[in-house]
Write a protein that binds this ligand. Structure first.
Ligand SMILES: Cc1ncc(COP(=O)(O)O)c(C=O)c1O
Length: 482
């Protein structure tokens, strides 16, 4: 009979349940051995991770209905085997380094592979320098929120988010991005990733059949979501100045997703004439333009380009994110939607997760209102600019026949390869030399176009950037030699 069933059962939750220990008093196996085996198995399976605290012996013994000596004996045996360690204060925790036998099989359920950690230098894109997160200023805002917000504000929200954040973001976006946003048209969401998911859901509910995406463009959000929702996905080729509007006219689409201020990944900026033409297309068709303004805050050597939303608030959904400016792990994003879509998007948000966390929203509102966001960006722009300059210098020196593009903004650069230099061969050779880098090819929809490499430089210091380009130059020489 197990301790969790039959005559000896307890239904309360306690230390025994926390450790998932079940004792079988009829098994003929001493109880301390059963406890040992159970804890050992939990450590091996990764359910109990290095450093995790175990319940005090007295509490666990009471929870299991055994004498304290039984638990002490089990803990002592596991300590002798190296699974457990004593901590000052008399507590016991899982040892920092496991015995070899435990490590061999210890893969935590759902543990992520050590992605990309294998490279000496990694130009993987989509990363922000989170070591620069403004902890002190954020903490001040958290403290303000927790000390001043009335209790009733921590109840369920409507799907749009908190009014304080709508107002703070509207002020910021209208001032800095040239949007024409009003607080009532905003929906706070879990980053762009959730924003685009909500928008696709709403477009499908409203009868959309086909969505146009830039070709190339990211392959892990709109493209996957739209296909899963049953939409036809059509790629619109991108030129040096962003999406080719002539191709959009032929696409017969109900919506288009654009990165007009810094095309991802090629870096082009959609011209004023092309923006006006896209708006005319949307007005004529009753179509929706989804503007992904993902890295607008970083502009180095050109004046900022205003958001398209400001030109046609009834046809453009503006999507912003804190992932590039503060930290992707915050999962804070915002939509400014045409008035006729807001209620549906907010309803989709409620269905998805009943609203984004209120303390985070209020904290961000306070952070914006204090001017801390502007201050953080003023501090970070020169940091990223120096890294970009180091990248361009190193490319010029070591690989002068690669053609960098889209360099004036953002946190990544694309460099086009000269004809005859195969993108996949270069990416593969680079990995052999310890360099992580992505080619443009996997992001193409139609699958054709010149070879190019995407250099994410946001989290690399200047020395690492120089080392990375030296590794790449070696890889390119190898490809050329073969
Ligand atoms: C093109 C593009 N859009 C948006 C984002 C931000 O996504 P999220 O806000 O979901 O973190 C990224 C992040 O790398 C991106 O590359």
């Amino acid at each position: 009979m197990s301790a969790g069933s039959g005559g000896g059962s307890r239904t309360n939750s306690g230390p025994a349940e926390d450790l998932l220990i079940e004792l079988d008093r009829d098994a003929g196996v001493p109880l301390h051995r059963q406890i040992e085996a159970s804890i050992r198995a939990s450590i091996r399976a990764g359910r109990l991770r290095a450093g995790a605290s175990l319940p005090p012996t007295r509490a666990l013994a009471a929870g299991l209905g055994v004498s304290r000596g039984v638990v002490v004996e089990a803990y002592q045996q596991l300590t002798a085997e190296g699974y457990l360690a004593s901590r000052s204060g008399g507590y016991t925790q899982v040892a920092a380094s496991m015995p070899a036998a435990a490590e061999a099989g210890a893969t935590a359920p759902g543990a992520r592979p050590p992605a990309r950690g294998v490279f000496k230098v990694d130009f993987g894109y989509g990363r922000t320098d989170v070591s620069q997160f403004p902890r002190a200023a954020w903490l001040r805002s958290v403290r303000t929120v927790l000390t001043t917000t009335p209790n009733d504000r921590f109840a369920y929200l409507d799907g749009r988010g908190v009014p304080e954040l709508h107002e703070a973001l509207c002020d910021y976006l209208n001032r800095v991005r040239g949007t024409s946003a009003v607080p009532g048209d905003m929906v706070i969401c879990g980053g762009y990733g959730q924003g685009i998911a909500l928008l696709i859901q709403v477009l499908v509910q409203r009868g959309a059949r086909r969505i146009a995406l830039e070709d190339p463009s990211s392959n892990d959000d709109a493209r996957v979501l739209a296909a899963a929702a049953g939409l036809d996905v059509v790629g619109i080729p991108v030129g040096p100045d962003g999406v080719r509007v002539d191709a959009l006219h032929r696409a017969d689409a109900d919506a288009v997703v654009l990165t007009p201020s810094h095309q991802w990944p090629t870096g082009g900026v959609l011209s004023a004439a092309a923006r006006a033409e896209v708006i005319r297309w949307a007005e004529r068709r009753g179509a929706i333009v989804i503007e992904d303004d993902y890295d607008a805050e970083y502009r180095y050597d050109r004046s900022p380009v205003g958001a398209m939303q400001g030109l046609a608030p009834d046809h453009v959904v503006y999507c912003g994110t804190a992932s590039k400016t503060l930290a992707p792990g915050l999962r804070l994003g915002w939509l400014v939607a045409p008035p006729h879509l807001v209620a549906d998007v907010a309803a989709a948000k409620v269905l998805a997760d009943r609203g984004s966390p209120v303390i985070d929203q209020l904290t961000f509102a306070d952070f914006l209102a204090r001017g801390e966001f502007d201050r953080h960006l003023r501090r970070m722009r020169p940091v990223y600019r120096r890294r970009r300059d180091a990248l361009l210098d190193a490319l010029r020196t070591h690989l002068p026949d690669l053609r960098p593009a889209g360099i004036a903004a953002g946190q990544h650069v694309v460099a086009w390869l000269p004809p005859g230099l195969d993108e996949t061969a270069v990416v593969t050779a680079a990995a052999r030399h310890g360099l992580g880098i992505h080619g443009v090819g996997p992001y193409r929809i139609a699958g054709t176009g010149p070879g190019g490499l995407i250099f994410g430089y946001a989290i690399l210091g200047e020395a690492a950037i120089a080392e990375g380009i030296a590794l790449l130059a070696r890889a390119v020489r190898e490809v050329r030699g073969s």
